[in-house]
Write a protein that binds this ligand. Sequence first.
Ligand code: GUN
Length: 283
Amino acid sequence: MAEILDGKQLAKDIRKDLKEQVENLKKKGIYPKLSVIMVGDNIASQVYVKNKSKACNETGIDFEEYLFHESTSEEELLKTIQALNENDSIHGILLQSPVPNHININKAFRTIAPEKDVDGFNPVNVGNLTIGEDCFISCTPHGVIKLLEKYHIETEGKEAIVLGRSNIVGKPMIQCMLNKNSTVTVCHSKTQNIDDIVKKADIVIAAIGKPNFIKGNMIKEGAVVIDVGVNRLENGKIVGDVDFEDVFPKASYITPVPGGVGPMTVAMLLSNVVKAAKNKLKQ
Ligand code: GUN
């Protein structure tokens, strides 16, 4: 039977610590501030951004939101990002994904100044993560690593499988596990024999957006199972990529959905904003 990796509790502890750090920064005249940009009215994004706003408020981080209409041009978006880059009172800039198809999201991420890129999506940060330099690490993979560390889960020399190759989660997750000395395999929609590959893994990280995809009979006895999925079923219930009830008896550790990776993502975002603000102090 698995032990639950309690992301909700760990995120709460991290946020308490960050709140103290924010108070100390304010005493030194630095008021950490995050700007979030949303284009269009994606319902899921609205929920994510609301959570981020609430978390900032609770931690003492100033938060502002730019809500752009679906038809906003790429040029206008880039201009806004550039203005925020130049605004000294802003420490973190986050462009919520997805954006409408007429906007090149990679171009937009590239426009966010690397030192304010608290999502870690600018290629400068992506590159620094790859070569093991200090950088802003994408929040979800970073949150997964913090959870593994909190529970003293050995990663060195372990077989880790990352399911999913998105720029937001899968790819930086691969890099994070490599940096933790795991032997990493990545599976994606074109992978054949996924079941055989997953069966060999000591650590399974699922980020594919397929509800209840990972079943108990797919994993090795005692595997660590990390569920990054957030899927809404027709009945409104939120489930992960892992069939929790089925996998729980066979895994050694498992993250619940909700209450596992999700709260960690938000905590790591706050942590990155505080880091950006502290870097300012060093200048
Ligand atoms: N859309 C879904 N997850 C994320 C995230 O972590 N950051 C941003 N910017 N957009 C997202």
